[in-house]
Design a protein around this ligand. Structure first.
Ligand code: ADP
Length: 444
């Protein structure tokens, strides 16, 4: 359905108004025509009603067209304005357009064709302007919304940053507390262990069977407690980045065999087999032997703890070109794949309940993980629930030391002597030296 246009004609001259009216009617456009004779009335009527187009005589008795356009614009009245000019007013047309008129037409050229075209163009232009203004307005609003959202996000970011700082501080205090407490606990624990060992020696008097049994329990529990305390101390040092490796050249298979010998009784107590297989053409490595031993002890005690029947297998192998692998495999309860990631996090255990069957701090694997990373190695875990687990540690044959680079491929054992070459950054060319095997051996 064709729309009815609302048109206002503002002209004080009755004859001119009639000419416009007749031309407009002749266009055949459906319209509702309003005619008025002065500028102030035009402002008032345009403030109350909406029009699709206004034909405005430039020379009104109360004001000229330019003043009227300014007044309309300052009252935020937006309507297509076509200025009707007299002969000789054309020069002012440019000013009128600049001020916001949509178009102008000399009264001498008023005809139905001209008015139809001007009307069509003016309305199209005005609607396009209105659309653009609306889009601009929406753009401005969404821009402001974005700014507000950004400000909110920035505020949240600052809050999170603050919370993070607080958490970091709390975590630092916790680590400091753990380090202090575990350090303080070590002294009395060492006294308990030392004195119970002394009490068990026959030269300090014969204990009854029952007394000896009780002292042995004190000793074993003391050792266990010391191990737990050491674990917490190591963890807090690792967390604070204060744990340092003390690398030296040592015989890996020797350290592995002595560690297994230490722990064998635990496997025997559970009637588990414990088999070792070493396949190392060169058994010498440059690493921290105490920390390698600690990794092995942790893996072995876990394997024994989580295995009820069957056995534990340890395999040490060469991994060309310059790495070694230590694998601990068990036929224990196994680990579900969903827990693989978590068990390496501190204090995380598969069974987190207070009534859990297997004791422990949940720090062992977290410590192993950090140590292996420090050594430049990696851990591979394979496991199946109810079948067993395999922890494979891959280590470089020589870890990087800030003070000394050792070419372990040039190392060899000759009897009880290790021959090796070092490449010190301050001391070239390379020098050849020898050291005796033993544990701990050569401190570099
Ligand atoms: P802890 O042994 O003190 O609980 P760990 O960090 O050494 O702490 O191990 C974390 C968890 O990983 C254990 O509680 C256990 O759930 C799981 N886990 C580790 N080793 C084994 C294994 N050999 N067999 C089955 N589960 C294991």
């Amino acid at each position: 359905m064709e729309e009815t246009l609302k048109i206002l004609v503002v002209d004080d001259d009755e004859v001119d108004r009639m000419a416009v009216r007749l031309a407009l009617i002749k266009t055949g456009v459906r319209m509702e025509l309003t005619e008025i004779g002065d500028g102030n009335e035009a402002i008032s009527i345009l403030g109350d009603r909406t029009y699709d187009c206004v034909f405005l005589d430039y020379r009104l008795p109360d004001q000229d067209g330019l003043t009227l356009i300014h007044k309309l614009r300052s009252s935020e009245i937006k309507v297509p304005l076509v200025i009707l000019t007299d002969q000789g007013d054309e020069l002012i047309a440019v000013e009128l357009m600049k001020a916001g008129a949509t178009d102008y037409l000399s009264k001498s050229r008023v005809s139905s064709e001209n008015l139809a075209q001007i009307l069509r163009n003016a309305i199209r232009l005005h609607r396009a302007e209105m659309k653009a203004a609306l889009a601009n307005q929406q753009l401005r609003e969404s821009h402001e919304l974005l700014i507000r959202k950004n400000q909110e996000l920035e505020k949240q970011r600052q809050q999170i940053q603050l919370q993070n700082l607080k958490l970091l501080e709390a975590s630092r205090l916790k680590s400091q507390f753990l380090a202090t407490i575990s350090h303080e606990l070590r002294t009395p624990m060492n006294a308990i262990i030392g004195f119970s060992q002394i009490l068990l020696r026959p030269k300090f008097g014969q204990l009854t069977h029952q007394q000896a049994d009780m002292v042995e329990r004190i000793l074993n529990n003391g050792k266990h407690l010391l191990m737990l305390v050491n674990e917490v101390l190591d963890f807090s040092k690792l967390e604070a980045g204060r744990l340092e490796l003390k690398p030296e050249i040592f015989d890996l298979s020797k350290v592995i065999n002595t560690t297994i010998a230490e722990i064998r009784s635990l496997a025997e107590a559970k009637k588990l087999s414990l088999l070792v297989h070493t396949e190392l053409p060169n058994t010498l490595v440059f690493n921290d032997p105490a920390r390698v031993r600690q990794i092995l002890i942790n893996l072995l005690s876990n394997a024994i703890k989580f295995t009820e029947s069957g056995g534990i297998w340890v395999e040490v192998k060469e991994m060309p070109p310059n790495r070694v692998t230590i694998t601990v495999r068990d036929s224990g309860i196994g680990i579900a794949p969903r827990d693989f990631k978590h068990i390496f996090e501190a204090f995380r255990q598969v069974d987190q309940t207070i009534t859990r069957k297997y004791p422990g701090t949940g720090l062992g694997l977290a410590i192993i993980d950090s140590l292996v990373q420090m050594m430049g190695g990696k851990i591979i875990l394979e496991s199946q629930l109810g079948v067993g687990s395999m922890f494979k540690i891959e280590l470089p044959r020589q870890i990087t030391s800030p003070t000394l680079a050792v070419d372990v491929t040039a190392l060899h054992l000759d009897g009880d002597e290790i021959f090796y070459s070092t490449q010190n950054s301050h001391q070239s060319p390379s020098t050849s030296s020898k050291a005796s095997v033993g544990y701990p051996h050569l401190k570099l």
